[in-house]
Design a binder for this molecule. Structure first.
Ligand SMILES: [Zn+2]
Ligand SMILES: [Zn+2]
Length: 128
């Protein structure tokens, strides 16, 4: 008598972030690939690349909205999140501020607090 156990593979497609809350972040982990400073209001793209919000908005190709690093198109994602004000990876941001408060303060104080709330410049274009 042979009993075969049927294994049902459970395939879950979930966008897990690379950042695990259990491990401690190092400064190396929190470095923005654009300005090479500590991430300030980190924006984590669907391709898992993370930039400062400011760096992302500046370095992202405004016409095509591609990731500055891997050139993956993030136009839909960026439009949705900037509309919902959810560009910033708050979980990561909180963790960075928690671990590197001095670095963050220095960065934040270096930026003038001119509240430009209105997001503009993202034109809905006919997707090809
Ligand atoms: Zn940056
Ligand atoms: Zn990327």
């Amino acid at each position: 008598m042979n009993y075969t156990d049927t294994l049902s593979p459970s395939v879950t497609l979930s966008c897990e972030l690379l950042w695990s809350l259990e491990s401690t972040l190092t400064l190396q982990d929190c470095r923005c690939p654009v300005c090479l400073e500590i991430l300030c209001e980190p924006v984590t793209l669907p391709c898992t690349h993370t930039f400062c919000k400011g760096c992302f908005l500046e370095s992202v190709d405004k016409a095509t909205l591609c990731c500055p690093l891997c050139r993956k198109r993030v136009s839909t994602w960026a439009r949705q999140n900037s509309r919902n004000n959810t560009l910033v990876n708050q979980q990561l941001w909180n963790q960075i501020q928690d671990q590197f408060p001095l670095h963050c303060q220095r960065r934040l104080s270096g930026q003038d607090g001119g509240g430009a709330e209105g997001q503009r410049g993202v034109h809905p274009e006919a997707a090809g």
